[in-house]
Design a protein around this ligand. Structure first.
Ligand code: F6R
Ligand code: MG
Ligand code: MG
Length: 365
């Protein structure tokens, strides 16, 4: 089997109602575009997916990553969906399309993407995660657990083919640089950085002996592109599993603890990342709490066999209950940290305009 590329490209082009869900008319437009792209031979296969107010185009093809034709197709699809969103008066229609016209690829244009080119294995189980009301660094904690923590992934201990560990590529979103850490030898060094997920974000994971990705995340941050607050970045990621990689259950296990992430209400609050089945992917309470869905696929010659709704499983009920309890606890802080984000992160929101108004009233002490 020759190489195939998996591209997940997502955007929020209008919410129903507010920022909680996607209107069926947008879904229909999206499916029409994807159907046509498959018929035209651009795509091998696709799955339209969503979480909250974000729609993701999950696509397989032969054109490689950051390909102009694929990215243009996604841009055109989001543009057509925006027209529908406007027609139906959807909230924030076209909000993630930050530029007037497409050029080259989607970098810096608003939509998020996670892509990898792989040699498909005889059986290729892949889990695709989509999150709403959070940011790309939200994946740091679960990715650390999956590929570096033996208390999560027993395969690191007892499967000889995993025993050497993995390499993590970490982006510095502010410094615009990247670094590779080798696990487990450099675990403490890496944790210094990935423990600050608003700035340092795991972008890829590789085996020790190959540059073919085994996990990939979307890493764009809208405020860095737009220079102002335009909503959180609602990230996606794809993780390959089994046969020398974490088992499906090891890939899902980190989400049994709903860790705290940034992005709830106005992109300005911490909240628990609640794992949900696709029926429950509609953040409503205080525009949240943040949530994540997991879609399981078996790839077969590039065909996306699936999805299976992995977090619909009852065994995540306790995680959901813990998330709801944590949400209650945090909400009672109201406008106080640590529920509200620290001031330096609020600088990218509408907070600076409030500060500006008061700046002349501060007297030296
Ligand atoms: C959107 C989000 C929401 C909005 C909030 C206010 O990603 O997190 O919580 O920030 O609904 O939206 P505006 O300012 O458009 O009224
Ligand atoms: Mg929105
Ligand atoms: Mg969203």
């Amino acid at each position: 089997m020759a190489e195939i590329t998996l591209s997940i490209i997502k955007a929020d082009v209008g919410g129903f109602v507010g920022h909680s869900d996607v209107h069926p008319a947008l879904r229909d437009k999206c499916s029409d575009c994807l159907d046509k792209a498959k018929k035209d031979g651009l795509l091998i296969d696709f799955c339209r997916a969503e979480v909250g107010d974000d729609i993701a185009l999950i696509m397989t093809h032969k054109k490689g990553i950051e390909n102009e034709e694929i990215h243009r197709f996604a841009w055109d699809t989001f543009t057509k969906m925006t027209d529908v969103a406007k027609e139906y008066g959807q909230y924030g229609a076209g909000q993630d399309l930050l530029v007037d016209a497409f050029s080259g690829n989607l970098k810096g244009m608003g939509p998020g993407f996670a892509e990898m080119t792989i040699e498909e294995r005889p059986s290729e189980p892949i889990i695709i995660f989509l999150a709403d009301k959070t940011e790309p660094g939200a994946w740091n904690f679960p990715l650390y657990k999956m590929f570096a923590d033996p208390f999560n992934t027993i395969g690191l201990v007892i499967d000889p083919s995993m025993h050497d560990g993995f390499r993590y590529e970490v982006l510095d979103l502010i410094g615009e640089r990247k670094i590779i850490f080798s696990m487990p030898e450099e675990m403490y060094d890496m944790l210094v950085f990935i423990g600050s997920p608003s700035r340092y974000v795991i972008s890829h994971i590789f085996r020790k002996n190959s540059d073919e990705p085994v996990a990939v995340t979307s890493t764009q941050r809208l405020f860095l592109m737009a220079g102002r607050y335009v909503g959180k970045d609602d990230p996606v990621m794809a993780v390959r599993s089994q046969s020398g990689l974490p088992a499906v259950g090891e890939v899902l296990e980190p989400f049994s603890f709903p860790h705290a992430v940034a992005g709830w209400m106005r992109g300005s609050h911490h909240g628990p990342l609640m794992p949900v089945g696709t029926e429950d992917d509609t953040p409503t309470r205080f525009d949240g709490p943040p949530r994540v869905v997991a879609l399981g696929f078996q790839l077969k010659e590039g065909n996306l066999i699936g999805p299976r709704d992995m977090f619909a499983d009852k065994s995540y009920d306790n995680a959901r209950q813990m998330a709801l309890d944590a949400a209650d606890y945090l909400r009672r802080h109201g406008p106080f940290e640590p529920h509200r984000l620290p001031l330096d992160e609020m600088e990218y929101t509408t907070m600076p305009s409030v500060m500006k108004k008061l700046k002349d009233r501060f007297k030296p002490v």
